[in-house]
Design a binder for this molecule. Structure first.
Ligand SMILES: [Zn+2]
Length: 265
């Protein structure tokens, strides 16, 4: 179950205190979506992944920390304009504010892309599918404007473009990715994506729908085709795979995904 708790936080930008909600613990049942949005119950904690200062509008995972350049973004006219935008669902707006801080204040385009994807999830929860589609395209643009993406991110970009209804773009990204040496589970997810793209299907699916049941996968291994350690799927950085030990099979793949998201945000 999810445990939320109230916490009083002093904002590092304006110095004022406010009451925020912390996530003590949460759990995940089942597989994440193909873009790695986690399953319940962690899924529903999305509104609490970043805090917003009610006094100055600063948004961060913890309001108690800020750099000088980030503080300048919070005081800038574009930030104030976005902060006052009444057309955006509240939590989508909040993630977009965080994305602006990361892009303009920290120069971290991949993290800005992640927060923009979170904004898309929040837009979807607010029944704004058109906005969600646009935000997914924005997230892809931010990823592509940053450092070269690895195959894990590229596979998620396929899903972001497909969910945004850009089937041509998703197909091109999938074709490019097919030329790489992918491990078995990633190759299966990619093949599943290619079927969805061909069918012009922009609906949400989980990784569980892309992978056959474990019983049909007796030879799945935890390593890449050439025996290299398998890269974490979906995060630029993650825990290294085990160096030795029994092959965990498909359950290991999903278990590792859960570990990537373990303990909430
Ligand atoms: Zn503040």
């Amino acid at each position: 179950m999810t445990t939320l708790y109230p916490v009083s936080v002093q904002c590092a930008v304006c110095g004022q205190r406010s009451n925020q909600t912390g996530i003590g613990s949460s759990n995940q049942m089942g597989a994440p979506d193909l873009d790695l949005r986690p399953p319940e119950m962690l899924r529903s904690t999305l509104p609490h992944w970043v805090q917003e200062c009610p006094h100055c509008g600063y948004v961060a995972p913890s309001l108690e920390e800020v750099s000088e350049s980030e503080s300048q973004v919070v005081r800038s006219a574009p930030y104030r304009t976005l902060h006052e935008d009444p057309s955006l669902p509240p939590y989508a707006r909040r993630f977009l504010l965080r994305a602006m801080i990361l892009e303009d204040g920290a120069g971290d385009l991949p993290e800005a892309a992640e927060e923009t994807l979170h904004a898309a999830w929040a837009a979807e929860d607010a029944n704004r599918p058109d906005l969600a589609a646009g935000l997914r395209r924005d997230a892809v643009a931010l990823y592509r404007a940053g450092p070269a993406v690895n195959t894990d991110i590229a596979l998620r970009i396929v899903d972001m473009l497909r969910r945004a209804g850009d089937f041509d773009g998703a197909g091109q990204q999938a074709d490019e990715l097919a030329g790489h040496d992918l491990d078995e589970a990633m190759a299966e997810v990619l093949a599943f994506q290619q079927k969805l793209i061909a069918a012009h299907d922009d609906r949400r699916y989980t990784i569980g729908s892309a992978l056959p049941p474990p019983a049909a996968r007796p030879h799945v291994t935890h390593r890449g085709k050439a025996g290299r350690p398998r890269k974490p799927f979906g995060r630029r950085e993650g825990p290294p795979p085990p160096a030795a030990g029994p092959e965990p099979g498909a359950g290991g793949f999903l278990a590792r995904l859960r570990r990537l998201f373990g303990g909430g945000r």
